[in-house]
Design a protein around this ligand. Structure first.
Ligand SMILES: [Fe+2]
Ligand SMILES: [Fe+2]
Length: 203
């Protein structure tokens, strides 16, 4: 899962324009090809970023990587499909860069690859997870109630009850990151919901 120089910086051939309005079909054929090379590296970048959570405890009984693995393992062993398991694996990946809004970071990353419901669960899990601890911090544990009318309310509550809030056990035998790697690659092989999906289809 190396992030190669090419993945990060692209090949040596360059488009000729100095402003986009000078762009040509040839420029964009080149850029389109490079985009697909870069897109193929997404699972590598995701897995490398997830590994940054290793050893980051923040006072919790398990580190953020173990929490992520444990959430995904519990979902997988409960028979959830791959898109759901990948969501479970990545649901807290935004902790590093989206420290004040981490659910939205993960939701944005998985949005092109998952159903509306799986995306919704990820996007809103912070409010639902709060049911288990907000009251200890002077916050409203019923924050999730603002979403009561949503068709995805029960699914999100179930995610937190069965997997997310349950994934802090230091003695649980979670699968390693390598176990989930093929799932991440399969789920991210094709965007089904993206502004740029047509470029991927053409490749
Ligand atoms: Fe979270
Ligand atoms: Fe979590």
């Amino acid at each position: 899962m190396d992030v190669t120089e090419d993945t990060l910086h692209g090949a040596t051939e360059r488009a000729k324009f100095r402003e986009m309005k000078e762009g040509t079909r040839e420029d964009w054929a080149l850029i389109g090809g490079e985009y697909m090379n870069f897109a193929r590296g997404l699972p590598d970048r995701i897995l490398a970023h997830l590994a940054l959570l290793d050893g980051d405890f923040g006072g919790f009984p398990v580190c953020r990587l173990e929490h992520s693995l444990q959430t995904a393992t519990r979902a997988h062993r409960d028979g959830r499909d791959e898109t759901y398991v990948v969501m479970a694996l990545l649901h807290d990946i935004g902790d590093t860069l989206g420290t004040y809004n981490h659910p939205e970071v993960a939701a944005s990353i998985i949005k092109p690859f998952v159903s509306e419901e799986v995306h919704w669960i990820c996007q809103n899990h912070g409010h639902f997870q709060g049911y288990y601890y907000f009251h200890f911090l002077g916050m409203d544990r019923e924050s999730r109630e603002q979403f009561r009318g949503s068709p995805h309310f029960d699914a999100c509550a179930e995610f937190c009850e069965k997997y997310d809030q349950a994934a802090f056990d230091p003695d649980y035998d979670s699968e390693p990151l390598a176990f989930f790697e093929p799932m991440v690659r399969r789920v991210m092989a094709r965007p089904v919901n993206s502004l740029y999906a047509r470029v991927a289809e053409a490749a």
